[in-house]
Every structure is written in C-alpha cells, then in structure tokens.
Design a protein around this ligand. Structure first.
Ligand code: ADP
Ligand code: MG
Length: 674
C-alpha cells in the first residue's frame, strides 16, 4: 500500500497558518487588507493584550453574502481571482484565499457580516478550524471579525510571541502605516481603553502625515511630490512585412502599450536624521506594504555620500505601477514582490530621492539640547510613537529592536550627530508591569473617548489635531544662502571654525567641509570628462594581490576617467603615471589601495555610480585640509564661501555632519531672554 496521503484540510490550514500568521500583527494585516479590498472607508481595530487575547476589526465594506461567508473559510476560496491569467495583474491586496482559513485554524474566530444585497446578516463561529455555529443575525452593513486567543491550540507558536508591548508596537506600526497609505479613509486603533490612533479622512498624504506624526516631524521630512518616469517597452521583433501591416492597422485593445509609467510619491528624511536600523522605512508598492531589498538598496544609494553606510533614513515611499509590472505572488504573507523591470525601478527610486535631496539642500541645525516642548505643536498620535516594523525587522533578522528604549523627542538626551533625528518618530514603548501595557507619551494624557458604535457612516468626530491648518506648517527648509555671509571668528582646537552669521553661531568641521567642496569639484570634473591631473616624475609601482589584480582589471577604466593613469607592469604589478592634481604623491599609494578595497564591495553591488562616487570621495578625503591645522582668516573665509556654493553643504561624502548651528533663538532661550 502506498505511503503518500493527501493531508486533511484542517492540517493543511494549520501549515498555511504557519506562514501567514506569524504573530498578532500578521492577523491585523490580513484582516485590514481584506477590509480595504472590500472597499471599506472606515476601519476600526480593537486589540487586547497585544492582540493575543483579542483582535477585532470592524469595517463598512461590501460585506459577504451568506453562502460566501461560509465559503470564505475554505482553503483557496477567494473572490479576487478567477483564472491563472488574473495572477498576472493583481489589483487587490489579497488573492490567495488563505488568510481566513489560516487564522480560523489557530484561534477562536467570529465573523459577522452582511452584504447590502441581503436583508439579514450572517454570524459564523469557528474554533481551531472547526465550525461551531452558523446563524442568521440582524446586523448593519459591513463586516466584523473577532479573533480571540490567538495560537491557543499551537503552544509552540504562543511561546515565540514577544511581550505584549512589543506585539502591540507591531500592530500600531502596521495600522499607522496603512492609514498613511489611505489618507481618504478613517482608521481607529484602540488597545483596551486606550486610543492609539484616530484619523478622519483628509485629501492628501501630507495632511495624513501631519495628523499622525504632528507638525514637528513633517518639518523634518522632504516631500517627494509626485514624480514619474516612463519605461519604453521595445516592440517584439516582427518580420518587416508584418510590421508594416501592423503599423497600418489600429492598435487593438490587447496590444501592449509601448510605454509604462512609474510613479513615486511620499516622504523621506534629511540626511542629518539618522536611524540605527531600518524600522522607519516603509515602502508601499501599489498600496501594498512590502519589504524589498532592491528598494532598500535604491534608498540607501540615494543617500550615498550623504549619510554613513551604517545609518538609515526615515522613509515613507509609495510606488505605483501597472499591475503587470510587479509579481506579488512570491510569498504567502505577500510582503515580498518581484519587479518585472527591477533595475529600472531601482534607478528611478534612487534618482528621484537623490534629486529631491539635492534640491532641498537642507540646512544643518543640530540643537544643542533636547528640543523645547512647544505647546502650540500638536502631539503625534500615540500609535505614531510605536512604528516598529515587522517587515523591516524580517529583512534584517536583526536583534530585537526593543533595546532602543530611548525617550522620544522632547525628553530625550541631547541629540548626537550619530542620532540627530530625535524629532522624528523613534517609536519606543516602555515595557512596564501591569495588566495593560502602558505607553509612555510625552504628550498630555490621552483623552480616552469610547468610540461610536461601528456603523456604516463615517465618524464625524475630529481627530486629536483638529483640522489641518496649512499655514501651521513651517516653511519646509531654511535657505543655505545664509552660509555665504558667515564671518569666521577663529578656530577651536585648530580644527573647527567658529563663525557668526545672520542667525546665530556656527561651528564647522574644517576637514569635512573641505572634503565636501573637493568632492563636488572632482565629481563635476569627472562628469565633464576633464579631471585635472598631474604627471608623476617617476611612475609609482604597486604590487597587487591576486584579488586586487582582478578588481583592478574591472575598474581600470573608471580609474582612468577619475584621473589616475595606470598600466599593467608585469605580473600583478601596476605602474601609476599620473594622478588627480588634488592628490599629493605621498597619499597616492594609500588612496589607490583604498579605492580597490571599495571596488570589491561596490562591484558586487554592481553600481557604477556608487563606485564613481566612492572614488571621488576618497580623492576628496585625502586631499582635504586636515584637522589640527592652523588656518588664517582668508583661508577660513574662502572655505565658508566655497562650502556655501556646494550642492549639499550639510554632510561630508562619508555622511558625517559638516556644521552645527545654534540659532539666535536658541541662544536667547539658553540665556533665559525669551
Ligand atoms: P483573499 O483575501 O486572498 O481572497 P481571504 O481568506 O483573506 O482570502 O478572504 C477570503 C474571501 O473572503 C475574500 O476573497 C473576500 O471575498 C471575503 N472577505 C474577507 N474579508 C472580507 C471583508 N472584510 N469584507 C468583505 N469580504 C471579505
Ligand atoms: Mg485576504
């Protein structure tokens, strides 16, 4: 007798649940996505005990017919796909028909739903995958799903759950970010009696960011606006005779359009905001929250030479493209995608962010102490302090991030250059003992208002920030033209220039300032194809390792274009005959080996632009004036002017900050004069 058996559905569902339902936040994600797919405009999420005891999602979507409600718990039952062709262009968030049966197999679930087409609603009760009851019920329109005792029948999973505050953090993060992706909808999240998020419909993402995070955060972000790039798809090669025939005929409805438009919008932080991990990066592709290495790489290349490689920005990116351009059927939890034209998407995202970063030329302002709490500033929504992404965490498999128990902005320690983004949401949750997780907010105590009973209508209640006052948002950035009329006063430690300006005091790191100036100069010369070089009196002979030899062969052209004239000189040896004018002969050997070291990693990453930038950064760093060097007034003045003229005067090519600014306002405050 054969030994292979088909697994009963109940077992299969539990196996699927292992992939789909990792933790309470995954349940919230699946249910929220279902509500969004159902066209809901009002989504309410209630949780207890970090989602372990209770998760309840109530929506005002289309609801389900009674027969559909029963079917929804069958494996692979979905209303979103019909045949395999549909898989190529999925417009809904769900499509696998796995979520409901999976969740129902590891919890006690109650579904209450009514479609407008039926007079009465349906109530279904399931525990551990077994249907306990199915009855008619008098219900309003929409769907409510209650999930109790998650993993009650899977002790192994239950053990892996983290503390309640951590799980709640994941849920808060998720709901917050879905609310950012759908500014036109109402979202509400409560944990027991505490309201964590409550936002009413607004017209733009900007307004939603304001509602969720408050004006202080908005001020530190750069708005991408809406940027587009077209991809031209070459027509399939056809024999000339047919091509002529096709040219004459009208394009049919099935013809592939020759061009595809990609659209990017959202927000990202200035380079001086530096996070220690990727938890503040949120990427949506066609409305779906995803984790994707390619997009993360594009983002970090945009900040290349503006931020240290170990730091991460805050980013909220919305990428829109034709459904056929992205395959979402890659992973059961649907958080991974595959792009049809990956490198196009990558370059589009990198270039767009980079251009906006350069345009915004943000002024460095490192406040010397904790930011004074300005009462006029609306507090961020409590949940906004908790974005704690399960997605980004999964990417890195980093150690649990809960270690960062820093105070949020306001009461925090002075921001160091390594973490100057103290004003940005640094979502932290303080684990405290007690029956309910208590959240630590520097904002005034929460006013807990019991929500109106779920109904089909939108909540008219104002959210905590009131209406969005467009003029309450400060001018996006201070102009850096003020840098050009700084008056140098002297040096500290023969390393830092102290200067007085129109608005306060500046301290400038002379080495990194000069590095930035030279970097941009070398980059410009490089782009124009005329790097100033100098011939060496005697060629410099360098001995390479086998590995360096391979790297050298690959980057020889790039080296030449950057002003290094080199040629092979026997086995594993090269002769350097000329070098960029800025590089002194004494530094030449060091710098070339440094470049070959970068080359190794850059070549693996495959990005020529990054390699080019790194070569220029190395040249600039070696050639720049050092610290512990005396500068006379004329030199200091020249340095400040040249810095003001750069595209990006706030950080050196390795991402370190260049200048600190103490505004007159801060000085007055410090002296209690205001
Ligand atoms: P999928 O979302 O992949 O289709 P699910 O198991 O998540 O699979 O849901 C199964 C089906 O149940 C959906 O296709 C949809 O028709 C229905 N459904 C689930 N949640 C809702 C909801 N909140 N409102 C209306 N219909 C829903
Ligand atoms: Mg679904």
């Amino acid at each position: 007798m054969g030994r292979i058996r088909i697994l009963p559905d109940q077992v299969a569902n539990k196996i699927a649940a292992g992939e789909v339902v990792e933790r309470p936040a995954s349940v919230v994600k699946e249910l929220l996505e279902n509500s969004l797919d159902a066209g809901a405009a009002d989504l309410r999420v209630e949780v207890e005990a970090g989602g372990r005891r209770l998760i309840r999602i109530v929506d005002d979507g289309c609801g389900m017919l009674r027969d559909d409600a029963l079917l929804a718990f069958e494996r692979h039952a979905t209303s979103k796909l019909r045949d395999v062709k549909d898989l190529l262009s999925i417009a809904t968030l769900g499509f696998r028909g796995e979520a409901l049966p999976s969740i129902a197999s590891v919890s006690r679930l109650v579904l209450e739903t009514r479609s407008a087409e039926e007079a009465t609603g349906t109530r279904i009760e399931i525990a551990g995958g077994k249907m306990l009851r199915c009855e008619e019920a008098a219900l309003g329109g929409g769907t409510a799903i209650t999930v109790r005792d998650l993993f009650y029948n899977v002790p192994a999973r239950r053990k892996f759950l983290r503390t309640e505050p951590t799980e709640l953090g994941h849920i808060a993060s998720l709901v917050t970010h879905y609310s950012l992706a759908h500014p036109g909808k109402t979202f509400r999240l409560t944990s027991g009696p505490t309201e964590l998020l409550s936002v009413t419909p607004v017209g733009t993402t900007r307004e939603r960011v304001y509602q969720v995070f408050g004006s202080q955060v908005l001020e530190e972000l750069v708005d991408i606006g809406v940027k587009e790039r077209d991809l031209f798809i070459p027509p399939p090669s056809v024999p000339p005779s047919q091509a002529i025939a096709e040219y004459r005929s009208e394009p049919g409805p099935d013809d592939d359009p020759p061009r595809r438009t990609f659209r990017l919008s959202g927000f990202f932080s200035r380079p001086q905001v530096q996070k220690g991990n990727r938890n503040s990066i949120y990427i949506f592709v066609n409305g779906r929250l995803i984790r994707d290495r390619l997009m993360l790489h594009a983002l970090s290349s945009a900040y290349h030479n503006l931020m240290p490689a170990s730091a991460y920005p805050f980013a909220l990116l919305f990428l829109e493209m034709d459904a056929e351009e992205v395959d979402v059927n890659v992973h059961p939890s649907k958080t991974e995608v595959r792009f049809r034209h990956g490198s196009f998407v990558h370059d589009f995202v990198r270039d767009t962010i980079r251009e906006r970063l350069m345009e915004s030329r943000p002024a460095p302002s490192f406040s010397p102490g904790p930011r004074p709490a300005t009462p006029a500033m609306p507090p961020a929504q409590p949940a906004a302090r908790l974005p704690f992404s399960e997605f980004s965490q999964m990417i890195e498999n980093e150690a649990p991030v809960a270690a960062s128990l820093v105070e949020p902005s306001g009461g925090g320690p002075p921001s160091r250059p390594a973490d100057p983004g103290a004003g940005l949401p640094e979502f932290t949750l303080r684990p405290t003992r007690g029956p309910e997780p208590r959240l630590d907010f520097s904002a005034p105590p929460l006013e807990v208002t019991p929500g109106p009973p779920p109904s089909g209508k939108l909540s008219r209640r104002l959210d905590m920030h009131g209406e969005f006052p467009p003029d309450a948002i400060p001018a996006p950035e201070m102009s850096l033209s003020i840098l050009s009329d700084l008056r140098p006063l002297g040096q500290i430690h023969e390393s830092f220039i102290v200067a007085a300006g129109r608005d306060g005091l500046w301290i400038i790191d002379q080495h990194v300032a000069h590095e930035r100036i030279l970097f941009e100069q070398v980059m410009k010369q490089r782009a124009a194809g005329r790097v100033e070089t100098q011939r060496l009196l005697m060629p410099l002979i360098l001995q390479l390792t086998a590995e360096q030899q391979i790297d050298y062969a690959r980057i020889a052209d790039e080296l030449y274009a950057s002003g290094f004239e080199t040629e092979p000189f026997g086995n594993r040896t090269i002769a350097v005959k000329a070098a960029p004018a800025a590089v002194g002969a004494a530094d030449l050997e060091r710098i070339l080996f440094e470049i070959m070291e970068i080359a190794e990693s850059e070549l693996r990453g495959g990005s020529l632009t990054d390699l080019r930038r790194n070569i220029c950064a190395s040249i600039a760093c070696r050639a720049a004036i050092k610290i512990n060097m005396r500068l006379d007034a004329a030199k200091m003045e020249w340095l400040l002017r040249a810095l003001a003229a750069t595209d990006c005067p706030m950080s050196c090519p390795h991402g370190r900050p260049i200048a600190m600014h103490y505004s007159t306002r801060e000085i007055l405050k410090a002296f209690h004069r205001m």
